[in-house]
Structure formats: C-alpha cells, structure tokens
Design a binder for this molecule. Structure first.
Ligand code: NOJ
Length: 767
C-alpha cells in the first residue's frame, strides 16, 4: 500500500476496535502505530505453525472438501481462501477461524472479480475501448459492492499487463497495449474497488496483477518466458503496476512467467529491489495459483522444498493453493535455511492486509449475519442492469460503415445469423466471476427487445465457432461451453443464405467463443475461426447489406470479410446487458464512440504490431516502397489494419491544426496544445481526442509516438469545442541508459488526432 491511500486508510481505521483483548491501543498512538503495535503483539503469541498457516491461501474446490478446510482453519493452518462466493459459504469458514482457532485471527476471502461480480460488465479489453474513466470506475465500484455483499474481501484485479501480442488469450483480461491508457485505468480501478479504504464494508482490497511483464510472454504463448531490456520494462511495461500501487492497492499478485531467466516467484530483484525498496510497496504479495511448485518445472528449484525456500526469500508472502509453504517452511526454519525474520516479514504483511481490510475490527464486516443474507442470492434484483447497459454501449467500436449501412432502421425484415447471437454464456466473456449466463441478454434478445413488433427477425445459426475436434476438446475441457450443431457445415451455410435472402439486411454475429480468449487460450491464427469466414462469403453473395457484429477477446486479422461487410461493429464480450447495448448501437439509439485499445494487425505474420514502436534506421515510408526498408515485402500495404485509438461514429468530426501556447517549454513551466474539434455531421456524438508525443533526438531511441493524454468530448451537430492539453516536463520524460527518469532538452513532436495514425502535428523545444 502506498503513501496517499495509506493516509486515507489509516484515518478510516483510527477507530478500529480489535478483537483480541490484547489489542487495545493507547489513545496517543497514530493509526499506523496502533496497527503495528497490534500486529507485533499478536505475532509474539503465534507459533511457527500458526505463522505459516497465515501464509496459505487455499482454493475452495473439490480438491479439499469443506470439513477438511474447516478443520485446517480451526487448527490455524489456513489463513485465507478464494473461490467461495456467497456469505453463507464464507460464514462457517470465518466461524472456524474466529470461534475455534487459538488466536482467533480472521480469515479473508478472495475472488477473481475482474469485470463484474454478479452483474457482468464488458471484458476488460472492452472497458478500455470506452476510454471513459467514469464508466470504468462505475463498473469497478459496482463490482466491489456486489462482491462485498457476498462476503468477499479481496479481488485478484485489476489485471494491468500490457499486451501487444493478440495471440495471447489473456489480452482479453487486460486493458490493451498502451502504457498511458492502462496506467490511467489501473489507478481508476484500484480507487473503484477500494473506494476511500479497503476497510469499508462495500470495498474490496485490490491485488494488482500479474507482477510483472506477463503480457510480454514470447510468441503470445501463455506462461512462456519474458526477456526484456530494462529501458522497455521501465518505460512501457512497469508503469501500470506502479500506477495501481500508487493508487493504494493493498496487494500484488506475482506473475507466472520468468523475467530474463528468473521466474517472478523466485525473483528477488523484482520483489525486494524493485517493489519494496524502489517503489516502497507496503502491502501483501501473493503467488499465482500453484506458482511456487512450478519453480521446479521452470528449472530453478530441484524440489518443492527448494521452491518454498526460493519463494519466501524472494518475497512471496502468500502462497496461492500451493502445498510448498505448509509442507516445507517448518523444516526450512528449523534447519536455519529460512530465517524467522523472513517468515515474520511475510506474516506481518498478511496480517497487515487483514487489518487494512477491517477484519480485526469485525471479521463479519462483509459476511454480516445470517438473518440478513439475501433471500435469493441469484435474484435479478441484485443486478445493476441499467449501469451495465450504459457502460457496454460505450465500449463498442464501429470499424466500418460503408454507405451509412448503420444505424439500421426498425422496419422490414432483419436476418440474424450466427450461433453467438443466441449464446448467453459467450456474452459474459471469460473470468465472469459469479455472473450467470441465464441472466445475460443475447444479441438476438436485445434486437427483439428493441424492435417489438416494428420489424421481423429471422434467425439461422450459419456456422459453428469451430468444427475441429482438438479445438472443441480444448474449449470443453472443464465444462461444456461450446455446443456444436452436428449438421454438415455446408447445410448450415445454405440454410443461412436462404434466411438472408428473405431479409432486407443481414446481421452476422461472428467471432470467438469466450473460451478462445482466456487464460492459456493462445492462438496461432487471428482469423475468425471455423467455417464462419465461408459463411460471411456466402452471405455477401446474396447481395444483401451485410453487417458484421464481432464478438472476440483480442484483435482479429480480418481479411476478405472486412471487404465483404458493409459495416463492422466490434462488441468484444459485452456482458450481462450486452444484447441490449449492441441493439442500442445497431439501431442508432446510441452513437458509438469506442476506440481500439489494441492495434488490429493485417496478418499474424506482422506480430508484434503496436503503434508505439521504434522507427528503426530504415523505416518504411508509405508511397515510397523499396528494398532495404523495414517492411514485410509480401504485404501490399504495410502497417496495421486498424490503428490503436481507432473507432468511427455515426457522425463526423473535424480536428483543426494544433495551436501551441509557445514553441518553447521551460523546465517547471507549462505548455498548452489545443485543437478545435467540430461535429460536422447530422447527429450528436462523442469522440476521444488523443495527444501523442515524440522526442525527436533522445539519448535512447523513443517510440514514434506515445499517448500522453486524451479527452472525451460530446458534441451536438455543428457544435465545436476547443480541447486543450497542458504539458509539463514530466510528460516528456524517458528512461535513459542509467534508468534515470529524465526529460532531455531538445525538440519534441506533439500530435493530436482521433486515432494514433491520423494526427495533426506541431513541434516545440524543451529548454
Ligand atoms: C490463475 C490466474 O493466472 C490468476 O490471474 C488468477 O487470479 C488465479 N488463477 C486465481 O483464480
């Protein structure tokens, strides 16, 4: 936990009354002194086994049946659990701790509340596409309230790994490729989860993950190694974690990958030098699931005993669902290989987190009393549907709209094609916490709701998301998630074509099933999977206007289908109210304003493809092709299919040239860069004005442009607005070869536009 929030937290806890009689704090103590005194006193009473028990975070799953868990908790051998999601489930666990264990140390309960708890908001990548910090904050606050009302104290979120390789299935779970945007969201999410303090009844403690660099796994293959230069780490990949910690996150989840050869869970540099010493983090570190034991497969520990030793010494406080700490720490301490101080440091952080969550003051703070449990945990009344719909509409990105095909008119006959249009489960996306598929609104339902009897809807399934045995086995591994229509593919396509022929317009809902964009779901292709591309071709051949509604958790390399479609709307996995939100946009009841948080490549061979790349000594110059430039010669057009920050609207916006307040910026001074944005179309709309900077000649090559600010503006037809960004020396800083964060004198390019590619430009000098 870092400075700012710590102050708020401690003020909030000043009146915390403690459970144990030993805990009464002297009135003259500051809240921090009171916390430390309480923990010191408690730790003096703890046996080694009780201390090690506090370092164990166990999954509520079939592997350990409840009676065994209760027994372990009562014996002081488990200090926290995750994956139980109702007050009724958590209450007996808490009772076992506070009524039966010797020292009555409360448990805490954690869960992956990533993009919603009972109400599911769009997947994180979708949330990022809104570029709307209020909407994102609202999703986080509601998630916290709903989860806290179910007796949960901590969330394993936000996930702020920068991801620049869409093959990585966990791109869906993060906020995209850009350091600045993800850092802003990281801070917003932590504030939303924790509110004024994680001790509040409606707050969750946030655990920022996955520390660190998990999004840079080689080849986008999950769990793979990461090798990265220090300047790239500091400049591009580390800031989002830091932003979450500076916002006060109480926890950090350690990544599964290795970093330059040393697995994060055994990485002393990462946890001691960077996290604790350099950044001053004062909260709890948590291993990822089973990660300590995995040190053996990583090849840095010969057995579990050595793995436990490496992890505790490197600074992993809590061991997530891993036997290594429980089994081996007692002996490691006795043999002197692990010191009591090392154990105590970890225990202190765990107890500190419990204090910060308000659990010593009231272990039932979030669980409450049984008499007040919701009569029906799954009741629709507990959902926040209106908010979910509004947030979801903001995340939709219009990628193409030839001849104003959209918005659709609420009349005539509309053919809806594609199994995803009827899939309640896929609407929720991966990591959908306690969300229930039967409560989600499919796209077909959303269109039905919007139309009433004004137009006729037809439906055909058209294609499966995959017909490949190995893919289906993979996707249905844990639970049956993908239902396959057993008919021959051509028969399904023919049926869809017949359906389309009877309609005035065709809406094809195509893309991925939710399990395709998930943990461990790395892809070696970015195509729309299965026979869906053949389906799109066949639908195009009907000559009917064709709207593609994409559902996917990563950028896709759209090929012919982009040419074939008249309009394309990217909807990610839009959550509980997704169907209504998408219908709002398709019919123009809401004007889309989402912007891509990740570049869409033309082909998988172009990866990695991200906007903030270096220039090289031989950059490709559009219009001046030639040999010996940095390009893929087989690609007729270089660069991305859709750039970062891209997204259309049902109206048009003009951006003026940039006006600078000066062409010089003094150290400690300010410089403003302004543009006038005008809505030149016929309907009201919102867009995101984006500012990028480039240091023209620096001591270390800098990205061709890097986002440093954005503002969302809402304009009526004909309305214009001056949008001003204020720049200071701080915005111009880079990490030099000595890893010092400095702004170097010289010329800077400032670029402003409505996406990262189409920008106006001006220049100034930093003195
Ligand atoms: C493994 C995932 O990597 C992590 O993100 C998640 O929080 C844990 N499992 C717990 O579910």
């Amino acid at each position: 936990m870092n400075k700012l929030c710590l102050v708020g937290l401690l003020v909030g806890l000043a009146s915390q009354t403690t459970l144990a009689a030993t805990a009464t704090s002297a009135p003259q103590q500051t809240p921090l002194q009171a916390k430390n005194a309480f923990i010191d006193k408690l730790m003096k009473q703890m046996t080694l086994d009780e201390k090690i028990g506090q370092l164990r975070l166990i999954s509520i799953s079939r592997e350990m049946p409840q009676p065994k868990i209760l027994e372990e908790i009562a014996a002081g051998r488990i200090g926290s659990t995750f994956n139980s999601i109702t007050r009724a489930e958590n209450r007996p666990l808490q009772e076992a701790a506070v009524a039966k264990s010797r020292l009555k140390i409360p448990m805490f309960f954690a869960y992956d509340v990533v993009h919603g708890h009972r109400t599911i908001f769009p997947i994180s990548l979708g949330l990022a596409a809104s570029w709307d910090m209020d909407a994102i904050a609202l999703s986080g606050r509601i998630s916290a309230k709903e989860a806290a009302a179910d007796g949960i104290d901590m969330t394993f979120a936000p996930m702020v790994d920068i991801s620049r390789d869409p093959r990585w299935g966990r791109s869906s779970e993060g906020f995209g490729e850009d350091t600045y945007l993800v850092s802003r969201i990281s801070e917003v999410m932590v504030h939303a989860f924790q509110a004024q303090s994680p001790a509040e009844k409606t707050s969750l403690m946030a655990a920022v993950k996955h520390f660190a660099l998990y999004g840079a796994v080689e080849g986008g293959r999950d769990y793979n190694s990461v090798d990265m230069s220090p300047t790239r780490m500091y400049q591009d990949y580390l800031p989002p974690y830091r932003a979450g910690l500076d916002a006060g996150a109480g926890g950090v989840m350690v990544a599964l990958n290795s970093i330059n050869g040393v697995p994060a869970s055994a990485n002393t540099w990462l946890m001691h030098d960077l996290l604790r010493k350099e950044w001053g983090f004062k909260g709890v570190t948590i291993s990822d699931h089973g990660a300590i034991g995995e040190l053996i497969k990583h090849g840095v520990a010969k057995d579990e005993r050595e793995a436990a030793k490496l992890a505790i010494k490197a600074g992993v406080d809590l061991s997530m669902n891993d036997e290594a700490y429980g089994e081996h720490l007692p002996e490691l301490v006795k043999s002197g290989e692990v010191s009591m101080k090392e154990i105590d440091n970890a225990v202190r952080e765990v107890l500190g987190a419990k204090w910060d969550m308000g659990l010593f003051a009231d272990p039932y703070r979030r669980i409450g009393v049984a008499a007040e449990d919701p009569a029906d945990t799954y009741s629709d009344d507990r959902l926040h549907r209106a908010e979910a719909r509004d947030v979801a509409r903001k995340t939709l990105v219009l990628l193409k709209n030839q001849n104003d095909t959209l918005p659709l008119k609420k009349q005539g006959t509309i053919a809806v094609i594609g199994g995803l249009a009827q899939s309640k489960l896929d609407m929720l996306g991966s990591w959908s916490a306690a969300g229930r598929p039967n409560q989600s609104v499919t796209l077909y339902e959303g269109l039905t709701n919007a139309l009433g009897d004004q137009a006729k809807l037809l439906y055909a399934r058209g294609a499966n998301v995959s017909d490949k045995e190995n893919v289906l086995t993979y996707l249905n591994f844990i639970e049956k998630e993908v239902e396959v229509d057993p008919r021959p593919a051509q028969e399904m396509i023919d049926e869809a074509v017949k359906t389309a022929e009877q309609a005035d317009v065709v809406v094809a809902v195509v893309g991925e099933s939710r399990g395709m964009s998930h943990e461990s779901a790395s892809r070696s292709s970015l195509d729309i999977p299965g026979r869906q591309r053949d389906l799109i071709k066949a639908l195009k051949a009907t000559g009917k206007p064709l709207v593609l509604v994409l559902m996917n958790g990563r950028p896709l390399a759209l090929g012919d289908e982009l040419q074939e479609a008249d309009a394309v709307l990217e909807t990610w996995f839009p959550g509980t109210e997704g169907g209504n939100a998408v219908a709002d946009v398709l019919f123009g009841d809401y004007n889309p304003s989402g912007k891509l948080p990740m570049t869409f490549p033309r082909s998988i061979g172009q990866l990695p493809q991200y906007y903030a790349h270096m220039n090289t000594g031989r950059p490709y110059t559009p219009g001046k092709p030639g040999n010996y430039t940095s390009q893929y010669f087989e690609e007729p057009v270089q660069g991305p299919l859709f750039p970062f920050g891209y997204g259309l609207s049902y109206t048009h916006f003009d951006v003026s040239d940039i006006k600078l307040s000066s062409d010089k910026l003094e150290r400690k001074g300010k410089l403003s860069a302004s543009v006038t944005v005008k809505n030149t179309g016929k309907v009201a709309g919102a867009t995101v004005v984006q500012l990028y900077l480039h240091d023209v000649a620096a001591s270390v090559s800098q990205p061709v442009k890097a986002l440093k600010g954005f503002q969302k503006v809402d304009l009526q037809p004909g309305q214009e607005q001056v949008v001003t960004f204020t720049l200071t020396e701080n915005d111009l800083k880079l990490y030099n070869q000595a890893l010092k964060h400095v702004a170097e004198a010289g010329e800077f390019q400032v670029m402003i536009g409505l996406d990262s590619a189409d920008v106006k430009e001006a220049r100034f000098n930093l003195l």
